[in-house]
Design a protein around this ligand. Structure first.
Ligand SMILES: [Zn+2]
Length: 251
């Protein structure tokens, strides 16, 4: 069965923005892989970096396991992600180890530079993973092809100027909202931390963003994507082919 790779920056990025779509793909028999560039090592007010990282990698693994999926950690650090050789190789290693048909990742414009750099790194990895002479330090062979690549929505559904991103299609995730909630619930260290900071409930924020996207496609809950259509990438809408009426065009 073909594989799907959802590649975020921090543990929980994927669960916020794309877990519903992953759950639908898992239901259709696709093998799900979730990867993060960093280990979430700054995500605690009281634990050491090592302690919180260990905890968060386990949380991410549990979330992927809900879809009988696999979790991969690329080896990077929170707030340090940049477009350099270390991160290019790390992202390409995971791309080769999974060899996905479809890749989902962060949008090129998002609230945090870590997110934007990850978007660029994943886009690059998708393109260079098939190149035989590119050595990224894995025994996995080059990927068989450039995968389909789509970006999920920005946090808060806006870019840094408060503008909506030009998303191309929305997936109706209403039937799997409970699975998405369970996956995000796995990240309990973050829920507790944000609650202590008085931030609006972690789960509620995810629900609100999913509901807002759903409303724009006339469904209860939704997740939006835009497809990378640059030269050399597959350009037909495979999610539309897979999901039919559950995939609604936005433009
Ligand atoms: Zn993040």
């Amino acid at each position: 069965m073909e594989k799907i790779l959802a590649f975020g920056c921090h543990p929980d990025d994927v669960e916020f923005m794309a877990a519903g779509t992953l759950a639908l793909l898992a239901e259709r028999g696709y093998e799900i892989h979730i990867a993060t560039m960093t280990g979430g090592e700054v995500g605690s007010p009281n634990l050491s970096s090592e302690e919180i990282k260990e905890k968060r990698l386990k949380e991410a693994g549990r979330a992927a396991a809900i879809l009988n999926g696999y979790y991969h950690y690329a080896g990077g650090c929170d707030l340090e992600v940049e477009y350099n050789s270390f991160y290019r190789k790390a992202a390409t290693r995971i791309m080769r180890e999974v060899d996905p048909l479809i890749v989902l990742t962060l949008p090129p414009a998002d609230y945090l530079p870590d997110h934007e750099q990850t978007s660029l790194l994943v886009r690059n990895a998708a393109y260079v993973a098939p190149v035989p002479l590119y050595d990224c330090g894995t025994s996995a062979p080059p990927t068989r092809r450039v995968p389909y690549l789509s970006y999920w929505n920005a946090a808060g559904l806006v870019d840094i100027f408060g503008r909506r991103l030009q998303m191309q299609f929305g997936i109706d995730i209403s039937s799997v909202m409970e699975i998405k909630r369970k996956m995000l619930t796995c990240h309990e260290s973050q829920r507790e931390w944000l609650a202590a900071l008085g931030v609006e409930s972690y789960l509620q924020v995810m629900k609100d963003w999913s509901r807002e996207q759903g409303k724009l496609i006339g469904r209860e809950y939704g997740e939006f994507f835009m497809q990378h259509l640059g030269y050399g990438y597959p350009d037909d809408n495979i999610l539309k082919t897979i999901f039919g009426e559950r995939c609604i065009n936005l433009c």
